[in-house]
Design a binder for this molecule. Sequence first.
Ligand code: PMP
Length: 290
Amino acid sequence: MYLNNETIFFLNGEFVKAKESTIDLYSQTLHYGYGAFEGIRSYETKTGTKIFKAKEHYERLKKSCELVKIPFDYNIQELVEATYLLLDKNNLKNAYIRPLVYCGPNMSLSKPTSVSVMIAAWDWGAYLGDKLLRLTISSYCRPHPRSIHIEAKVCGHYVNSILATNQAKDDGFDEALLLDSDGFLAEGPGANLFFEKNGKLFTPQLGNILPGITRTTVLEIAKKLGMEVHQGKFTKEDLFQADSAFYCGTAAEIVGIFSVDNYQFPKNWTNSLGKKIQDTYSLLVREPLK
Ligand code: PMP
């Protein structure tokens, strides 16, 4: 699914055969989740393959590393250029791109002995599919921001996302919705939340969530379309009175939500603000940005 005999990785400044690449089993990232990654998408556009907000993603990768003190000695523009080359070498247009900064062998909890960057890419459709999601509020909350750097996309944080996703699926739902450690609405395991009420949009404020690049794009689109958006602390009771809702993220793009536990959103998705944003986003990522 991810690779074949011809697949090429970018690894520490070189293009290497994926099948011949290895990782040290004493990697600090493998044992302790001490690494950082990104999820980026490229789209086929009229003027060629376009990586959506590539610079923003690599800047977040740099920030994630800085926050958890993993040395990041890479030039962002060079990483962007390397990613375009990587797509070309792998003959990819509509792709998911996964950069990972990982640490070398070190079985202690001290600073990394060495750091590597790898970039993989593979063909990718919509993450959660096009159907509306049935969510459940997870019994797992997002990690407390004083325990970790929640705004960093760090490997180890994703155990929380995996637990919540698996719990939701085992209980017959499509996806989880996590609250923060104070009980306010936070985000999905891999996506940010928006909901609509009385013609306005609402989304959890930054602080207990990953600052999604798609979330920022949604805010930009909403502004352009003249929609009012409020960022704040919201409760699940607010959500249970909302007209419609959606998740947004690089992989999922914009995906409508059908229900959260027993609450079904009353507004038809096709008439929602989310649908307008979904359509605009879909065009934006497939057209060259001005
Ligand atoms: N929250 C979490 C926990 C995520 O993993 C992601 C995916 N990176 C998002 C939100 C959405 O972020 P983005 O729009 O940058 O993909």
